[in-house]
Ligand binder design. Structure first.
Ligand code: BTN
Length: 248
């Protein structure tokens, strides 16, 4: 069994790793501890996550021993309006971490990690009153996926042909995140450059679901505030949130 405890001393301040054998969702575990006063930087990693949640209420497949499923408690100093930027910070951190093994990883705005047209990882940020939970799922050594996601999911092992150390990948993500989480208020532009460089949607026709229904247009890029810039027949629109974004 891989030794996650060994990376504890190497994690930057204030990050601290707690390992749970079996949980429903690491996001829920962190939320409970956050509400009881746990400090900024707490990470809960599940060896087995039984009911992982994705965005839009989808289930998240995380087979024990193959993938990474963990959540980070953040108590941001920044104004709450800026907290959605944590999702971009986390996506960029995962992309940069996996680039030790691969060429440039793709980011499907706002925070799916993509390689060769398939999803490698996803992020679910949930906010409480005075904290945010940043949940990260990454397919590391998975070789087979359930039929419903087999055509759209991939893993680091499938892409590199090598089995990778999950503790090593986790430590690399946290190192990058320690830096990027601080950029949601200061230096956000520099962080966005990293996201823009990797965004797989830019310049392509896309369809997306917003609170007002489906919209179609051309993804023009990412605004200085981190919004998706969509051009359609009525002009250029900056969208803060969108579900089900598809390349057409
Ligand atoms: C998505 O792309 O839909 C987001 C997936 C997020 C999955 C992670 S796994 C760890 C954390 N705990 C959860 O229940 N979900 C997130």
């Amino acid at each position: 069994m891989e030794d996650f405890t060994a990376i504890g001393p190497d994690l930057p301040d204030p990050f601290r790793l707690l390992i749970r054998e079996k949980v429903h969702s690491t996001n829920d575990e962190v939320r409970v501890l956050a509400e009881a006063g746990a400090p900024d930087g707490l990470i809960i990693l599940a060896r087995e996550q039984l009911a992982g949640r994705g965005r839009r209420g989808a289930a998240w497949f995380a087979p024990a021993g193959e993938s990474l499923a963990f959540s980070i408690l953040i108590r941001p100093m920044e104004n709450k309006a800026l907290w959605p930027r944590l999702a971009l910070a986390a996506g960029l951190s995962v992309a940069e971490a996996v680039e030790s093994f691969l060429p440039l990883a793709g980011i499907k705005w706002p925070n799916d990690i993509w390689l060769n047209g398939k999803k490698l990882g996803g992020i679910l940020v949930e906010a409480g009153r005075d904290f945010a939970v940043v949940g990260i799922g990454l397919n590391v050594n998975t070789l087979t996926f359930p039929p419903e996601v087999a055509d759209i999911a991939t893993s680091l092992h499938l892409e590199t042909g090598q089995e990778l150390s999950r503790p090593g990948v986790l430590a690399a993500i946290i190192r990058h995140f320690a830096h990027h989480r601080l950029q949601i208020g200061n230096d956000f532009n520099a962080m966005l450059d990293g996201v823009r460089q990797r965004c797989v949607l830019t310049g392509h026709p896309i369809s997306l679901l917003t609170a007002e229904g489906y919209r179609h247009g051309q993804m023009e890029g990412i605004s200085p505030g981190g919004e998706l810039l969509l051009r359609d027949e009525t002009g250029l629109h900056a969208l803060m949130q969108a579900d089900e974004i598809r390349l057409r």
